[in-house]
Design a protein. Sequence first.
Length: 63
Amino acid sequence: MLVLARKPCRFPAIFNFGDSNSDTGGLSAAFGQAPPPNGFSYFGAPAGRYTDGRLLIDFIGTL
């Protein structure tokens, strides 16, 4: 298998306008702190998210 090296993408920012697949804390800002686990198991501390893991936008941000 041929694997071609490519330069990593470097962007100064990613603007995510949000939907149910990418709540990075906006819901908590609008309606109060999310109840546990709210990101604790992935981030090691409460992250203010209504999810307990990474989101699609987190994976895109690591490219």
